[in-house]
Design a protein around this ligand. Structure first.
Ligand code: XMP
Length: 430
């Protein structure tokens, strides 16, 4: 390994990730581990330069104080503690120390080197992947989202043709999205890419299904089914690549975390399709994943794209999906994205998209009464998607988008702008 490591032990702090990011921002790699780690496990990590015992408000679990194993104090690593009254460290802090103090600990007491950067990270991962995989084959579900794209690029670099990517087009992708996945990965990066156009199959299953949860379930389970069918066609695959990232792991539960969220990746594969996982991004935060993608040579648009829900345009074509409304969502979304990019808003706004409800309203076209659909534009800003505010889009930009949608998108006679923050509204409509 090329990187020095500062280990953070989670003793009930809610600021573990803040601290990890703070240390990484100094150019030193940092990882969060559970408080009950053994001395042997800790010694097993490469290049440990120091340990931080990070306590906090969750340091009492079920009436019992959380403590580290006493043997850890004997290992001789430079150690400090934060908000941890039972600490036996010489240097203790009541709260997160400022950056200067952290710097002194990391570079002074720990003598860590600022050698954490994407180049080193990628070289380390390439080495680890080759060691893990050997001459075996890896399968990857490549959705075209940031995480799966970066994993794909990393695996291509590490093992080239031993990787097979499967891209399932569920028919709910944005305009030109699947085409761009094929172009980047098959044509430019020369990946082994299986492209499955399952649009008809998905749309068939979704016919007349109006309930949002039911729609999500169908899309999710059908996705696994299609992927499984493709996996069965391929022979001699032992590994499954996965775009798990650090927040997925942390949120799935360090031992003192209160909020436990299961992450939704390609779980649910049948028992007889047994794969070992390859997860080269599992230590990265989202912005680091993007930086890694850039370093691996992926196009800027792919790496900096806005979040897009797994069920795709399916949750933006409200109620039972019909082909004409799905087309209206896709075309209006493409116009919105084009105009936001022209106005420089693509770099400013966190998420923006269009929605088409399942009802019509009266309008006038060519002096005749029409009864057509409505497009709703949504543009929001947020830090963590838990709450969101509405972007104050310039009136001229909104007017231009409106006029283009009315002129270019079929079956639409009305455009609205959604002014609702989250809460009480959610970001998506379904
Ligand atoms: P809501 O609508 O809950 O959305 O305010 C919060 C964020 O999550 C995204 N989202 C999803 N992402 N699968 C995903 O991968 C989903 O089923 C899903 N539903 C919502 C949404 O786009 C927003 O960024």
């Amino acid at each position: 390994m090329r990187q020095d490591l500062i280990v953070i032990l989670d003793l009930g702090s809610t600021e573990n990730t803040v601290l990890a990011r703070e240390i990484r921002s100094l150019g030193v790699y940092s990882e969060i581990h559970p408080h009950d780690i053994t001395a042997e496990e800790l010694r097993g990590f490469k290049n440990v330069r120091g340990v931080i015992l990070n306590g906090g408000e969750n340091r009492v679990v079920d009436g019992q104080a959380v403590e580290i194993r006493k043997e850890l104090y004997e290992l001789g690593y430079p150690m400090i503690s934060i908000d941890y009254p039972q600490s036996k460290c010489e240097t203790r802090f009541d709260k997160l120390p400022d950056q200067e103090t952290l710097k002194q600990f990391v570079f002074g007491a720990c003598r860590a080197e600022a050698n954490w950067n994407m180049k080193n990270f990628i070289e380390d991962q390439v080495e680890l992947i080759r060691k893990q995989v050997g001459d075996k084959k890896v399968l990857l579900a490549l959705s075209g989202g940031v995480d799966s794209s970066v994993v794909a690029a990393m695996l291509i670099k590490a093992i080239g043709q031993q990787l097979t990517c499967v891209h399932v087009n569920h028919g709910l992708m944005r305009k030109n999205e699947s085409e761009s996945v094929v172009q980047v990965f098959r044509d430019e990066l020369h990946a082994n890419l299986v492209y499955v156009d399952a649009s008809e199959r998905f749309l068939g299953k979704l016919e007349n299904v109006a309930d949002p949860e039911q729609k999500r379930k169908i899309i999710g389970s059908e996705f696994i089914r299609v992927f499984e069918e493709e996996a069965r066609k391929l022979e001699g695959i032992d590994f499954l690549g996965q775009g798990t990232i650090y927040p997925d792991i942390i949120e799935s539960g360090t031992k003192t975390a209160k909020m436990v969220k299961s992450h939704h990746n390609v779980g649910g594969l049948p028992e007889d399709l047994k794969f070992e996982l390859v997860e080269p991004l599992k230590q990265l935060f989202k912005d680091e994943v993007r930086a890694c993608g850039v370093e691996l040579g992926l196009p800027h648009d792919m790496v900096y794209r806005q979040p897009f829900p797994g069920p795709g345009l399916g949750v933006r074509c409200l109620g039972a999906i019909t082909r004409d409304r799905l087309e209206a969502v896709r075309e209006s979304d493409a116009i919105l994205r084009e105009e936001f990019a022209k106005a420089g808003l693509d770099k400013k706004v966190w998420q923006y998209f269009t929605v088409v409800p399942d009802f019509k309203s009266v309008g006038m076209k060519n002096n005749a009464r029409v009864f057509e659909y409505m497009v709703i534009i949504r543009a929001i800003n947020t830090i963590d998607a838990m709450t969101a505010t509405v972007e104050k889009v310039d009136w001229d930009v909104l007017e231009k988008i409106t006029n283009r949608i009315l002129a270019e998108v079929g079956n639409v006679n009305r455009v609205c702008y959604d002014m609702s923050p989250k809460p009480p509204a959610t970001i998506e409509f379904e």
